[in-house]
Design a protein around this ligand. Structure first.
Ligand code: NDP
Ligand code: MG
Ligand code: MG
Length: 325
């Protein structure tokens, strides 16, 4: 691919071989790039990367002679990995990449003046980035440049995005915009908003005495079917497909659920993301060893909704078909 020219002949390192790490590495490797993965010794991912035929080195060694270093460990692990293994090994003029702006934007990592800093954030979970690529397609990527001392950091970011996302599309952004919108989207809408909405709907029906299995279908299972229509055709076409009864109820009831108060709360949530309060709380949580998160995980895994969901999935997928949910 001519779009990858700027990466050809450069030594490329990916730190981490998890969700994003394996996808960036294998996609670029399939396109003929020279890649090394940097990992801590003796880890599970070291074994996995070697099994996939990827060169693996200790992080400090992998960074030492690299021209481009893509940093793909979990966000909360990055500042210490940067301090201990990356900072002093990055060569002058190297390009340091991220898939999310968190640490740069909140200044948990302050890269030296001598390196270029960019972002390529594929708009999809890592395993999808790889799966879609293997099928010959790609996912769009956001790109951004934070620090450009060599004058061609945008070309490097675009080339990386074109490789990982198979040229599907690039949307230019900034570290600030990507970080704040990503955090807001996952908290208020995609993860926090949607799961609480489904949970509240399910609880309302079950508490009123309805069959939990019916409640699950209405409030959880069918979510995917509606969202697939929105994804493929937009709101109007989705509303075309549902009954007039459903469409009328949609218009009159949606605004009773997502009220002015909800919108006000969304603004507060965004405010806490913008002023760094959320980032601080998350970092404090990691320092407790994820005490709160572990409690929430076990609370949810024992919940009625998950119990019913597991039964429903066995029925829908007949226990054997691939589980796409
Ligand atoms: P993962 O949790 O999947 O990363 C795991 C990898 O990081 C493993 O190889 C693991 O190695 C290594 N690792 C973990 N902790 C350490 C450590 N302390 N020192 C050294 N290596 C470590 O991360 P993600 O792929 O989810 O996230 C990577 C980046 O991509 C983040 O910036 C994230 O925000 C961003 N991103 C993620 C998306 C996703 O789909 N998950 C989507 C878009 C952006 P080991 O086997 O040694 O533990
Ligand atoms: Mg995110
Ligand atoms: Mg219905």
């Amino acid at each position: 691919m001519t779009e990858l020219k700027v990466l050809e002949g450069k030594k490329l390192t990916v730190i981490g071989y998890g969700s994003q790490g394996h996808a960036h590495t294998l996609n670029l490797k399939d396109l003929g790039m020279d890649l090394t993965v940097g990992l801590r010794e003796g880890s599970k991912s070291w074994e996995e990367a070697e099994k996939a035929g990827v060169k693996v080195k200790k992080i400090s060694e992998a960074v030492k002679d690299a021209d481009v270093v893509m940093f793909l460990t979990p966000d909360e692990a990055q500042p210490a990995v940067y301090e201990n293994h990356v900072k002093d090994n990055l060569k002058e003029g190297a390009y340091l990449g991220f898939a999310h702006g968190f640490n740069i934007h909140y200044k948990k990592i302050v890269p030296a003046g001598k390196v270029n800093v960019f972002m390529v954030a594929p708009k999809g979970p890592g395993h999808m980035v790889r799966e879609i690529f293997e099928k010959g397609h790609g996912v769009p990527c956001l790109t951004a440049v934070y620090q450009d001392i060599s004058g061609d950091t945008k070309e490097v970011a675009d080339a990386w995005a074109n490789g990982v996302g198979r040229k599907v599309g690039i949307i230019e952004t900034t570290f600030k915009e990507e970080t704040e919108t990503d955090l807001f989207g996952e908290q208020a809408v995609l993860c926090g908003g949607v799961t609480e909405l489904m949970q509240a709907g399910f609880d309302t029906l079950v508490e009123a005495g309805y069959n939990p299995e019916v409640a699950y279908f209405e409030c959880v299972h069918e979510m995917k079917l509606i969202i697939d229509m929105v994804y493929e055709k937009g709101f109007a076409k989705m509303r075309d497909s549902i009954s007039n009864t459903a469409e009328y109820g949609d218009y009159v009831t949606g605004k009773k659920i997502i009220t002015d108060k909800t919108r006000e709360t969304m603004k507060q949530v965004l405010g806490d993301i913008q002023n760094g309060q959320f980032a601080k709380e998350f970092i404090d949580e990691t320092e407790t060893g994820y005490k709160f998160m572990k409690g929430e995980r076990s609370k949810y895994s024992d919940s009625k909704i998950e119990e019913v969901g597991s039964k429903m999935r066995q029925m829908v997928f007949k226990g054997s078909a691939k589980n796409h949910m």
